[in-house]
Design a protein around this ligand. Structure first.
Ligand SMILES: [Zn+2]
Length: 406
């Protein structure tokens, strides 16, 4: 049996006035996702426990069949795994965003979708100035990642980490808000705030910043530190559920979850983690991967990014691209491999109204060998709610979808 998961990140939404009072999934023309719905079943899955923040880290763990209440330790450790950086038992990882805060407000949590080419020199400058510094009983290291998503590692020596019990705000959830109201709280707050402050003059003086300003682009004015945690102890997917898995994603976080589960990471040329991603290549590489793997997961960040930017028509377009270039070709290719099952499910809701992630169930569609069709003919939120099929907590869906029992 071949298994394929397609994740349109953050596609779940509410009815949107700009779209005539329907959700993006309803507004989009999705003939192939509707084929999945007709051939199989549609329902709801609740991937984010009320006590955790709705985001891809927690929600992706659920989607892959892991109870986040048991396994989740923070976002940054998952990304760190994807970057191939080892975390020891005393080490902590912290997400280090490059952000644009020109006037005390979070104007852009991506610093104008800063390229890795423009961003990495800034992170390297932080490492040069501050790397190896002794802080809170440990030493710090900065690691450049993809675009605005970078990592700070705190290497401990056995004493308690001041980040334990410290909370920090995700910058994508405070668009245009005054940052002074959302600074870290708790024992490690000073450490994080001081490091964010220290980045300001270093970035302002850096040639990469001057270059972006000259090009009319938003510069990174500082780092924003959040998402910290220790390395999680995750049981391999093969041990829990069986099969050889592979993951296709341009986002370190999602790749990191896959890598921690023991899945092979497949890099796709042209995959950007943004609206301009190469959808067709993602579909093609997923189909090619079916020759070598029992389970292939294709994650597409674009619908989430469109939501964060409040672009309803772009969100619809991203969904239509996923439908045409990923779900369609997969539906055509899968029967050549014999028995198969396909699952289309976003991780979490990202609403255009708030431009932020939200709690609440998301719609999924699943079809394939041994899945008896229900009456649903479309893949969207109202249809999913009407079928009465629901997984809450959502991590229980995986076992059902794999055919390993209810
Ligand atoms: Zn998001």
């Amino acid at each position: 049996m071949k298994y394929v998961i397609v994740i349109p990140d953050g596609c779940a939404d509410e009815p949107v006035a700009e779209l005539g009072g329907v959700t993006p999934l309803q507004a989009a023309k999705l003939p192939n996702m509707d084929r999945v719905a007709k051939a199989g079943v549609v329902g709801l899955s609740n991937n984010v426990p009320p006590s955790l923040t709705p985001a891809s880290d927690v929600a992706t763990l659920s989607l892959f069949g892991y109870d986040p209440l048991q396994y989740y330790t923070g976002r940054a450790p998952l990304e760190t795994a994807a970057m191939g950086i080892d975390l020891g038992p005393n080490d902590w990882a912290v997400r280090c965003n490059l952000v644009y805060v020109p006037d005390g407000h979070m104007r852009d949590f991506t610093a104008g979708h800063i390229s890795s080419e423009d961003g990495a020199p800034l992170i390297n400058a932080l490492q040069h100035e501050l790397g190896g510094k002794e802080l809170g009983g440990g030493t710090i290291e900065f690691h450049p990642g993809v675009q605005y998503r970078n990592i700070l590692v705190w290497r401990g020596r056995g004493a308690p980490c001041p980040l334990e019990g410290t909370s920090a705000q995700a910058p994508h959830d405070i668009p245009d808000k005054p940052v002074a109201d959302y600074l870290p709280q708790g024992p490690g707050a000073r450490l994080l705030i001081d490091l964010m402050e220290a980045s300001k003059p270093i970035f302002a003086a850096h040639p990469a910043t001057q270059k972006r300003i000259a090009e009319g682009k938003k510069p990174a004015t500082q780092t924003w530190l959040w998402g910290h945690g220790k390395a999680p102890r995750i049981r391999p997917f093969a041990e829990l559920y069986g099969g050889r898995g592979a993951i296709i994603s341009a986002v370190d976080l999602v790749r990191g979850v896959g890598v921690l589960l023991g899945w092979h990471r497949i890099d796709v040329p042209g995959a950007t983690g943004y609206l301009d991603t190469n959808y067709a290549n993602k579909g093609k590489y997923a189909i090619d991967a079916l020759a070598d793997f029992d389970l292939v997961c294709v994650h597409v960040e674009a619908p989430d990014e469109a939501s964060h930017e409040g672009k309803a028509t772009e969100k619809v377009r991203a969904l239509e691209q996923i439908d045409e270039h990923i779900v369609g070709p997969l539906l055509d290719a899968l029967p050549r491999h014999g028995d198969y099952r396909l699952l289309v499910e976003p991780d979490h809701r990202t609403t255009l109204r708030t431009r932020a992630h939200a709690h609440g169930a998301v719609a999924f569609a699943a079809c394939g060998t041994g899945i008896a069709p229900d009456a649903a003919e479309r893949y969207d939120e109202p249809t999913a709610a009407a079928t009465g099929r629901a997984f809450d907590p959502g991590w229980q869906l995986m076992k059902w979808w794999l055919g390993r029992g209810a």
